[in-house]
Every structure is written in C-alpha cells, then in structure tokens.
Design a protein around this ligand. Structure first.
Ligand SMILES: [Cu+2]
Length: 384
C-alpha cells in the first residue's frame, strides 16, 4: 500500500494539510484559488500518451483513498433547493466576499471521522472474507453544522474500501444492526443470481439482527461499488455504500487502468440526505488531493447519488481510461469536465504538471457555490 501525500487526507489529523502548508501552496499558486495562474488547458492535448512510464511509475495497489468532501446545508434534513445556497441573498457584496473568504479559510476542515478506509479481508481457506455491519450513526458532513442521521457499513460514510483481485473468492458477511431491513448489491460484479442482493427478487430482505452471507468470484476487474438495494433512495442516500475495487489478475491490464499512477483517489459523490457530498463530506470539510509536481494520480469517480455531476478540474486535463471498470483502450479521451451519471464509475488519470491550488468541483453551480461562498461538491487539487 502506498503512502502518498494525499493519504494523509484520509486521517482526521491531516498533518500535511495544515493551514500553513495550504497557504504556502496557495502563495505558490499566486494567491490561492482565485489568484492561481491559469494553465494552458488543452483537453485533447497530444501531450499525454500511453507511453511507458516515466519516473512517476509505481504501483497503484494502494488501498489508499483520500476522502474528499463538500458541504451541504446546515439542517440535518436535506432540502436540495436550499442546500444549493444559491437562494441565500447576501445583503451586500462585502458580506458575500466575507462569507466566501471565511469558508475557503476553513478548508480543509477537520471532521470527526472519515470513510473510505481500506478493510483487509480475513482469509478462510481460499475465501477472502469481509465482515460488513450495517448500523445507524451521526455523521458530520461539515464541522460547523449539526450531524446528519446516517446509516453505513462499519460505521462510516462511505463504508470501507473492499479490494480484491479478479478471480478471488469473496465472502461478505453482512450483519444488520439497523431497525429496518436491507440488502447488499455488489454493483458491477457478475455474481450468481441469488447473490445479487435485491430483496424479494433474489433474496429475502436481511431483517434487524439478521446476517446474510454473499459469496461470489470477483469479476470483472475495475472500479465497482457495493450498496443497499432496499429502500435505496433513503438507505444509499444516507450512506449505505462503499467502493469495491477489483484489481486485474494480469499486471499488464493493471497498468491499463492506472498508467503507473502513484496515488489513487476514490471519489464517491452523493446528493441526498447529507446534501452535495464527496466521500460523505461537503466543502470545506472535503479533503484536497495533494500531489507532487510531475506526479501521476488516478481518480476513481463513482456516483451513488440520484443526479448527474459534471466534475470540472481547473488547470489541467483529465485522461479518462475506464468506464464502469472497463478499460477504454484506444477510446480513452481527455477532458476537463467529466459528467458522471448515477451508478457510473469513471477512472481518470491526471498528470500533475501545473503547480498551484486548483479548484476541483461539480459544475452544476447550485451544487458548489452560492451566496455564502463555496459549499458541497468542491475540493481542490494541490500540486506542490
Ligand atoms: Cu453536481
């Protein structure tokens, strides 16, 4: 497992993301988010290729996944229209500037706990066993707002990252500590039908206090997810979701998915109870991606929400190499705005060649910026 700079973002401590460090980088960029030098952003650029690895070559077997997050509305009960923040009227330009600056100064804001922690499986014979406990808990989307009543796997939103290799025998023992029924779907996996996790269609719902064991052979490889498939608008909307990553067995194929990236970021969006979030957090409690100049990183975008989000990176293009776990091969493309529909996963490689603090946000503006500044689906790529 790598310990890339961004990994620090996953801990509550974020030692490398002190205000001093952030401001230093902002200064480097020429004045922070606003003042950052505009980059020559030419999507389609031919500069990027599938050529052999440069010095940034490394393995991306890391389970690491910095958690990024954005800030929704203060209320624990979600109202998407007001969560937009756009409805708030600043009384003057000065007040707007004050609020906008204050929220940026809080970034990256520490919250009590983060999701996306890797969960190592137990080995039982040739089975890789994951224990998943469904429970209800309070979850901080933003440190200055009341926590939301969440549900999740193993106490976090998103749940732990489950990582296996193609062909592994996977056993997931799901125990329901909720006071409601549930079921787990391994989204993108070619499981035997009775293991598909759709209550009343392929299995009885898992009742409170009950357990259900899912067993299947991991395939196909790629970026996948696991989530509730029962009362899902509510349960997934409140955090019953996580990343299920299947590494290709063939090392060459593994390269096709990461292109030697030294840092991997799982980026799960959601847009229900907690407002507009990345990995269960809203700006300024989202976690920036921190990379070294020249580093190559890969982002696994996953959308567990109910609406499409066009992710826009300032300053440099993204090179999209896989969709729903399937490598795009010669159909890979460059862009700076990538729409990710509900249920989709897209893998994008970024060559961090432009130093500075770059905004990285959903470009549906009511999901990201309003009268009181930025919120929700906003983070940053910090290239040092
Ligand atoms: Cu959006």
């Amino acid at each position: 497992m790598n310990t890339a700079p961004g990994d620090l973002c996953r801990t509550g401590d974020r030692p490398d993301l002190s205000r001093r460090s952030f401001l230093r980088t902002a200064a480097l960029a020429g004045g922070g988010l606003v003042g950052a030098t505009l980059a020559a952003c030419s999507p389609g650029a031919s500069a990027w290729s599938y050529a052999p690895l440069g010095p940034t070559a490394g393995t991306t077997s890391s389970a690491a996944s910095p958690v990024i997050s954005p800030t929704p509305e203060p209320s624990a009960t979600m109202d998407r229209s007001s969560a937009a923040g756009a409805s708030r009227e600043p009384t003057s330009t000065g007040e707007h500037d004050q609020a906008a600056e204050a929220v940026v100064k809080r970034f990256p804001e520490k919250t009590d706990r983060m999701g996306n922690e890797p969960l190592e499986p137990r080995l039982e014979g040739e089975w890789k066993v994951f224990d998943l406990d469904c429970s209800a808990f309070e979850w901080q989307i933003d440190a200055q707002k009341p926590p939301v009543q969440a549900v999740g796997y193993n106490g976090t939103w998103p749940g732990p990252i489950l990582r296996v290799t193609e062909g592994d025998k996977v056993r997931a023992i799901v125990t329901n500590h909720l006071d409601e029924t549930t079921g787990v779907h391994f989204h993108g996996q070619a499981v035997p039908n009775p293991m598909d996790g759709v209550p009343f269609l392929t299995q009885p719902p898992i009742g409170p206090g009950e357990s259900f064991t899912y067993e299947f052979v991991a395939k196909p490889a790629g970026s996948h997810m696991y989530h509730s498939h029962h009362n899902a608008t509510d349960q997934v909307g409140r955090g019953l979701l996580g990343a299920f990553l299947v590494e290709p067995r063939d090392p060459a194929q593994r390269y096709d998915r990461t292109h030697g990236a030294s840092q991997e970021i799982v980026w799960i969006s959601n847009d229900s109870l907690g407002g507009f979030t990345i990995n269960g957090k809203g700006f300024p409690a989202t976690v920036p991606i921190v990379a070294k100049l020249g580093e190559r990183i890969v982002i696994r975008f996953m959308n567990e929400g109910v609406m499409m989000h066009p992710w826009h990176l300032h300053g440099m293009p993204m090179h999209v190499v896989a969709r729903d776990g399937y490598p795009l091969g010669s159909a890979a493309f460059a862009c700076d705005t990538l729409g990710v529909n509900p249920g989709e996963r897209w893998d994008a490689v970024i060559d961090c060649q432009n130093p500075g603090v770059w905004a990285f946000h959903c470009h549906i503006l009511p999901h990201a910026e309003g009268g009181e500044g930025m919120f929700g689906m906003v983070s940053a790529l910090i290239i040092e």
